[in-house]
Write a protein that binds this ligand. Structure first.
Ligand SMILES: [Zn+2]
Ligand SMILES: [Zn+2]
Length: 217
């Protein structure tokens, strides 16, 4: 599984292109302001975009959906049902931040916790991890030792919980159950900033240590 990130926009959001190297099947994950670069990279690699996978529906993670969809009209958009109200409210989110974005195409499929999403010979396990947003999911490829974790956890930080639908207690439970349950070596690709590993955050994340003493809770 080959993962490339492209940061951009007001919030420095990371848009991801993930490609199965054996087949060239690709997915766009959280296409935000970096969506045009995702498309260029897909073309460069000769990858076919088979789906648009969303960890959650904050505007910075979805503002590039129309662009990717116009380049890959058959690629389904997949989002957890609990984030549909946020997705449907993107025009209001855009207005609040003074961003002008085209109308978002409708969501095609819903995530359920425990789903497997396959593309080429690669696959993600889907884990519901609410708290930053009600329908937030993380995409885990345990065999490849990688996970795309959106805004649940960052290098040295955690997702904010002051936006509509956010809940700190729920987020901490998601981190304990869905993130810290992965092995230390798993590399996590986050919605903002550099990638990190489960082990580095278990040992050094200042938001987690006071709660769990750095232990797997
Ligand atoms: Zn977010
Ligand atoms: Zn974000």
């Amino acid at each position: 599984m080959r993962i490339e990130s492209f940061a951009g926009g007001l919030f420095g959001e990371n848009s991801y292109l993930v490609v199965c190297p054996e087949t060239g099947a690709g997915v766009a994950v959280d296409p935000g302001a970096g969506a045009a670069e995702v498309l260029r990279a897909a073309e460069r690699h000769g990858a076919t975009l088979e789906a648009i996978l969303l960890t959650h529906a904050h505007i910075d993670h979805v503002e590039g959906v129309p662009l990717v969809r116009s380049a890959a009209p058959d690629a389904p958009i997949v989002l957890h049902d609990a984030d549909r109200p946020l997705y449907d409210g993107v025009p209001q989110q855009a207005a609040a931040f003074g961003i002008d974005i085209p109308r978002l195409p409708p969501v095609d499929r819903s995530w359920a916790h425990g789903d497997t999403f396959a593309f080429g010979r690669c696959a993600f396990e889907i884990r519901h991890a609410p708290g930053h947003a009600p329908g937030h999911v993380i995409l885990v490829a345990g065999g490849d030792g990688v996970a795309l974790v959106g805004d649940v956890i960052f290098q040295g930080s955690i997702g904010r919980t002051d936006l509509p639908g956010g809940d700190l207690r729920v987020l901490m439970r998601s981190i304990r159950q869905q993130v810290l349950s992965m092995s230390d070596e798993v590399r996590m690709f986050t919605g903002h900033g550099p990638s990190t590993t489960v082990g580095d955050e278990r040992r050094g994340n200042p938001f987690l240590i006071p709660h769990y003493g750095g232990e797997l809770a």
